[in-house]
Design a protein around this ligand. Structure first.
Ligand code: HEM
Length: 539
């Protein structure tokens, strides 16, 4: 039977209520609605063979055989909750995105995840953590698909499969050499020096957050706001946790992971169940959209670097509160599909070569995971805004589109297409960039590289305890790399270019050759700041 809640609900919760099925106290049926006993096989006598005619139990076993869908290729381990997003004001000067309009309140779902671990792994491992939010707004779904740190390992999507292959289990062995760190990963990181800063943040205390209530969300890329007048600004977005940040030291993390793989999801679930709702403020840094995609000498198309908050203080646009646990783990956090390509009018993209591939990859993988282009019509994914289009059919199509017309435009009563009379400078309106002139020579260009500058600045502003934890993490990781040439290359070609003392401290801990004193920059003396104040995560 369908549950009907007496209390007032939000639009998305109202929609979900129609599909929430409560079997408690109901007479058992088959999935064709026929009353039957599915717990005892139909047999030829109490000790005889099972009958082929036992279609009831046969269907039960068939269903079970097909229960697993493929896990996410990355970020497989995750959980999440529903909540609300409240816009603090009228941001129509920046964007026509309705969920940032005056007084706008929207339903949301946020899924937290761990990148490398598979389903069933530990949530307390050292990793980049995912922070993905779907805003079910009145003008359509908007997905904010970010991570818990503000930079990334690579800046060209072409390298993403290689990065992921390098950090998951090794292809020949089926496990990473030495545990959580391995030769393929560090071989990759010696080749891709642009990831040096991101790797250091993950090897610092930031890499082992205590739980998801104390992490940030970071959009990483630059995006584009467009207002109703067609004016644009570039922005980077952040979720700032109202509870501040908390991390574990490695010893705590290994003990927690050993005792309870699900520490983070239990923490979130129990807090929400107890009415202690975690909140995050939505912050954006703004930059002029002047066609250069540069700001104060920093490349806005390079996801491996950040724009310090000190240089460009963010403004706060609204607040998210997580206040409702899912009621079906498979149908909600597992089946939700996020995609950076899911944007509403008023928010658009820039030519960041990492982002551009993401705009393709998530829709593609959603088709793969749901085995259908209709995944966006599953209850957890479906927009509360009306869905009217000419997409038809496909596996598991849940909607009964009415009428004969399946084309646009049409004169026989189908959907009303965009008006051809509505051109601005000769182009028709669409949810995208205002007219932009693109001019460039076609080619495969080398990756953008600012390899060591921000890593050095990050290292230099950690206090001595945080530095020691980071040195310990490098020692642990590199110490488990089975190929000593890779170890030495990472020390000489990467760490020694960040900081000579850091490289020597790591080398001495793993029995590698120490780079000579003075052979790299030395920032050791500047270790007084407790939290790097320039870093976007600073609370
Ligand atoms: C998940 C691809 C970079 C954040 C995924 C998934 C794919 C993917 C295929 C699995 C999605 C699913 O099965 O539902 C890529 C590609 C990238 C890239 C091709 C680079 C070109 C990034 C970056 C971020 C990020 C830079 C952070 C800003 C996430 C998050 C999830 C995810 C949070 C989990 C979403 C969820 O909770 O369902 N990514 N990714 N990814 N990715 Fe990426």
């Amino acid at each position: 039977s369908v549950i009907f809640h007496a209390q007032a609900q939000t639009p998305k919760q109202n929609e979900l209520q129609d599909v929430r099925t409560d079997t408690a106290g109901q007479i058992e049926t088959t999935d064709t609605g026929v009353e039957d006993n599915t717990a005892n096989s139909l047999r030829a006598g109490p000790r005889g063979y099972n009958l082929l005619e036992d279609t009831t139990v046969r269907k039960k076993i068939f269903h079970f055989d097909h229960e697993r869908v493929p896990e996410r290729v990355v970020h497989a381990l995750g959980h999440g909750a529903y909540g609300t997003f409240e816009s603090y004001g009228d941001w129509s000067n920046l964007t026509s995105a309705c969920w940032l309009g005056a007084g706008a309140e929207s339903d949301i779902f946020t899924r937290f995840s761990v990148v490398v671990a598979s389903n069933g792994g530990s949530e307390s491992g050292r990793d980049t953590h995912g922070f993905a939010t779907k805003v079910y707004s009145q003008c359509g779904n908007h997905d904010l698909v970010g991570n818990h740190v503000p930079s990334f390992f690579i800046n060209d999507g072409a390298d993403f499969p290689d990065l992921v292959h390098a950090v998951k289990y090794e292809a020949d062995k089926g496990f990473p050499t030495g545990g959580s760190a391995h030769t393929t990963a560090y071989d990759f990181f010696t080749q891709h020096t642009e990831g040096t800063f991101q790797l250091m943040t993950v090897l610092s205390d930031l890499g082992i957050p205590r739980d998801v209530r104390h992490i940030s969300g970071n959009g990483v890329h630059t995006f584009r706001f467009i207002n109703g007048a067609g004016q644009s600004k570039l922005f980077k977005w952040y979720w700032k946790p109202m509870l501040g940040h908390r991390a574990l030291v490695y010893d705590e993390a290994t003990k927690i992971a050993g005792k309870n793989n699900n520490f983070q999801r239990i923490d979130l679930y129990n807090n929400i169940a107890a009415g202690i709702y975690p909140e995050w403020e939505f912050l954006v840094q703004l930059f002029p959209d002047d066609g250069t995609y540069m700001w104060n000498g920093i490349d806005l198309l390079d996801s491996t670097i950040v724009i310090p908050f000190e240089m460009n203080p963010p403004i706060t646009l609204g607040k998210m509160t997580l206040n409702k646990n899912p009621t079906n783990f498979f149908a909600e956090p597992e089946s939700i599909s996020f995609a950076p390509s899911n944007v509403v009018k008023g928010i658009s993209f820039v030519p960041d070569p990492l982002l551009q591939w993401r705009l393709m990859s998530y829709d593609d993988t959603a088709n793969h995971r749901h085995n259908s282009p209709n995944g966006y019509l599953l209850p957890v994914n479906r927009a509360i805004a009306p869905i009217n289009n000419n997409y038809r059919d496909g596996y598991m199509q849940p909607l009964l589109f009415q009428g004969a017309s399946t084309s646009s435009p049409n004169d026989i009563g189908g959907v009303i297409g965009a008006s051809l009379n509505n051109t601005i400078n000769g182009t028709l309106p669409y949810t995208g960039t205002p007219p932009e002139v693109i001019d460039g020579a076609i080619g495969r260009y080398p990756n953008l590289r600012d390899s060591f500058g921000q890593a050095r600045a990050f290292w230099a502003t950690l206090d001595k305890y945080a530095q020691q934890h980071t040195v310990d993490a490098y020692r642990f990781e590199l110490g488990h790399v089975s190929d000593t040439d890779v170890q030495q290359r990472y020390i000489n070609n990467i760490l020694n270019k960040v900081d000579n003392c850091l490289a020597r401290r790591v080398a001495v801990g793993i029995g590698a050759t120490l780079p000579p004193i003075g052979s790299g920059p030395n920032t050791e003396s500047n270790t007084t700041t407790k939290v790097p104040s320039w870093y976007p995560l600073t609370s």
